[in-house]
Design a protein around this ligand. Sequence first.
Ligand code: TPP
Ligand code: MG
Length: 379
Amino acid sequence: MPAKVVYKTEIKSVSILDEKGQFDAKLGKGLIPDDDAVRLYEHMCVCRHLDEVAFKLQRSGRMGTYPENRGQEAASLGAAYALQSEDWLVPCYRENPGLFWRGLPMEYILLHWMGDERGNQIPDNLNITPLAIPIGTQMLHAAGLAWSNKYQKKDGIACTFFGDGATSEGDFHEAANFAANLDLPVIFVCQNNGWAISVPTKIQCSAPTIAQRGVAYGMECVQCDGNDIFAVTKVVRDAAQRARKENRPTFIEMVTYRLGDHTTADDARRYRDNEELESWKKKDPILRFQKYLAERDLWDESKQEAIDAKAKEEVSAAVKRAEGIASPETSDFFNAMYAELDDDLIQQRDTMCTHSLGLRPDELEGADVNRRTKDQLKA
Ligand SMILES: Cc1ncc(C[n+]2csc(CCOP(=O)(O)OP(=O)(O)O)c2C)c(N)n1
Ligand SMILES: [Mg+2]
């Protein structure tokens, strides 16, 4: 008996504004009104400028490390634009444009990369989780947030961002399985930027698309041009509707490219062809958006000058706020980490504030602990 085909699928790839600035008027009709398009473009320019400044801050010793977002601005921004304020944004670390669009003040990101934990104390009303540096953990958090919202019958879905490399982590597979089987309102946004530090996507995923990794879990999967803010807006809007109406997750692969190094601790010239880089520079999300706006008489050189001046002002004010913040107290470490402190944690906190080595603070009253001898500390 001939084998029957029991399952067939296809992955669609959505593109509306291509690298030459050509616009699919049918697919893109009414997606982004002109006023919003101008604001989104300006926002992308501000974020690009932040990258330049942050790079210099790191090189001059004023910041620990920094991952440039350059080239990927349309992905998180289009997603944040398509979502609503009650929806969770569950980021990785290359989503500045989307986070700022939601309302995160820029100095939070600067503080984070300056090594100040207060950068991760995101204001509650923003529905943004802290940057996730361990690769992949945030996808599980997004599934949990969506489950919690569904369980409590609250409005709001969860949209999580991660890289191509993160889809090789177990966490991705657990989160995808969980979301699909429990009917959770989650959007999984994979920013496929071609590289996981020095590992190219093609040697860590043998399938022709990353999008199809979601098919095995039984969810809708789609690919889009991640440098095309119109395509991004469309696929995220569709996915959000599916999540809200049907409680179904969607996996979106946004094809993009990081034009910078992985972080300031990396030098991509050691593993990446210049030809590849140059070909992606032509697909820059800002350039094509500029062409689109120019075509509609919404952009010219003088407008760009005004945008650049505003970007300089905004970024330099944020740097001032980040660098001008008072030093944290030792106790902030505990107070930021825990919602409530039990007796044990209170003792740990107080002990840490005395700079003692594990001695009880009540035993140290009036003593200068740093001058105690080893024997005294042992006693
Ligand atoms: C669990 C874990 N393993 C390894 C690392 C080190 N690491 C940091 S970024 C990165 C690559 C991530 O690549 P990708 O998911 O494609 O994201 P991209 O940086 O390209 O946006 C790795 C392996 C980490 N942070 N966490
Ligand atoms: Mg990557």
